[in-house]
Write a protein that binds this ligand. Structure first.
Ligand SMILES: [Fe+2]
Ligand SMILES: [Fe+2]
Length: 474
């Protein structure tokens, strides 16, 4: 499954043989480039960046690293290879052959699923637009651009599905994906977390750790889809998503490492003294974590949702690792635990599992998130420090579902309105925290040099040395 880069739009879907589709995509392409120039990574057009490019979709196809001028980056359409015998393995169509086309009765729901996923991809590029100006090293700048170009390609992946399978509606949706803008009050992105700002690199690392991980779970659920082209394209996207989460996990880990070093040098845990030494104090890191975690778990949607049940039963969207589960994959008589508030207390209640599939996916995400936070705590442990980071309770700071708007502490205790306001600054980043973190940001552009607030990585990209020139300016 090699990718044809000789074409205007690199692809492994035989675009040359589908003239109508090729024309539609070639008409959309200049609008995409315009969008990228307007709201993509600021000032990067002439940079030569040491990027990883897919040359085929098999695992070895990822081995291609080279300098690419940002202006000349080639976004394309890459699907995992088809399995002619693939069958649907959950929901009412279980056992039937996977669909190569969109069944009429599922058209509206599938379109909605693809548009919602597609909308997140350009949104994150917009959110990260200015970060290149303050990258803490060339290594980090390169990683930012790698994430950005791949999110751009994820948009292509969804636009391919819309234009190939949804006719005129699909073409209109493809245009609308370039018209909405993250944070725009009149025409915002569809989901809340994708309208938040990513103003500094701590926010970027938290975003790629938590919010790109939401991407992993959504894409994994879509990779189970009965609609085979969606399954194949999301499987390939998942290989790219892994790198985004690596950037987040290792980024936060390096911030913690540097903070721990400063704390040990000064023999202090006083946030003021840590800040005065130019590092980010642990309570601020915890508050950023609380914010990005709570905003991200909202992305999974309402804890009870008849849409979630429909998407599952009709075979459009499965569960995370559906194939590894040993139940009947129909879930009709099963129940699941969700939280609700009764007499001012959080209590558990059993609801039909089909309706709770958003919650099931959210809980899978939570488990996965905690594992990485434990790895961050190992950095503190190794440094001999007693402090630990934690993920807040899932009812903390929610905006979606039954827990929306409740005043719950990070430990899961209901608190009154007055206490919430009094203690918010302990739990969520304040303007002062953000201003402090912003004050540390400034571009470090000398190979092998790193900003004072972050430790160097353990190894370079593609076994290059850490002082490799990952980005050449102009
Ligand atoms: Fe993505
Ligand atoms: Fe991503």
């Amino acid at each position: 499954m090699s990718i044809d880069y000789s074409q205007k739009i690199p692809n492994n879907v035989n675009l040359a043989e589908d003239r109508t589709l090729q024309r539609a995509l070639e008409q959309w392409q200049p609008n995409f480039i315009q969008w990228w120039d307007d709201v993509g990574p600021e000032g990067s057009t002439d940079f030569q960046v040491y990027l990883r490019t897919a040359v085929s979709v098999d695992p070895q196809g990822w081995a291609h690293f080279d300098y690419v001028k940002m202006r000349d980056y080639r976004w394309g359409i890459f699907l995992n290879p088809a399995d002619a015998n693939r069958t649907i393995h959950f929901g009412d169509h279980k056992g039937e052959k996977a669909w190569q086309d969109v069944p009429g009765e599922h058209r509206a729901n599938l379109r909605r699923i693809i548009v919602t996923q597609g909308d997140t991809e350009p949104a994150s590029v917009e959110q990260q637009r200015h970060l290149g100006l303050t990258a803490p090293s060339l290594y980090d700048l390169r990683n930012l651009f790698q994430v950005n170009v791949e999110e751009g390609r994820h948009l292509w992946a969804m636009v391919y599905l819309l234009q190939r399978f949804f006719g005129r509606d699909g073409r209109e949706e493809a245009e609308a994906l370039l018209e909405r803008t993250s944070g725009d009050p009149d025409n915002p992105r569809i989901l809340g977390a994708f309208n938040e700002k990513t103003p500094d690199w701590l926010a970027f690392f938290m975003f790629t750790y938590f919010t790109d991980r939401d991407g992993k779970f959504q894409l994994s659920a879509l990779a189970e889809s009965a609609f085979d082209p969606l399954s194949r394209t999301t499987k390939f996207m998942l290989t790219e998503e892994a790198h985004h989460m690596f950037v987040g996990e290792s980024g936060v880990s390096r911030v913690i490492q540097r903070t721990a070093q400063v704390m040990n040098e000064l023999k202090t845990d006083d946030p003021k003294r840590v800040r005065a030494a130019g590092a980010i104090d642990l309570p601020t890191i915890q508050r950023y974590l609380n914010f990005h975690y709570s905003v991200t778990i909202d992305l999974f949607g309402a804890d009870q949702s008849s849409n979630a049940a429909t998407f599952y039963s009709t075979g459009l969207k499965g569960r995370f690792e559906e194939g590894k589960r040993t139940d009947d994959h129909l879930l009709k008589d099963q129940t699941y635990t969700v939280l609700e508030v009764k007499d001012g207390k959080l209590v558990e209640k059993q609801v039909p599992m089909l309706n709770a599939l958003n919650e099931v996916l959210r809980d899978d995400f939570i488990k996965d998130s905690i594992a990485g936070v434990n790895r961050w705590n190992k950095v503190l442990e190794k440094a001999g420090l007693p402090q630990r980071l934690t993920v807040p309770h899932k009812a903390f700071n929610r905006r979606i579902g039954a827990l929306a708007g409740l005043r719950i502490s990070p430990e899961g205790q209901p608190v009154g309105e007055a206490e919430w306001h009094a203690r918010q600054g302990e739990w969520l980043p304040s303007d002062g925290d953000r201003a402090f973190v912003a004050s540390l940001m400034g571009r470090v552009a000398e190979p092998g040099k790193f900003a004072n607030w972050i430790a160097p990585p353990a190894v370079g990209i593609n076994r290059q040395p850490i002082d490799f020139e990952y980005v050449r300016f102009a």
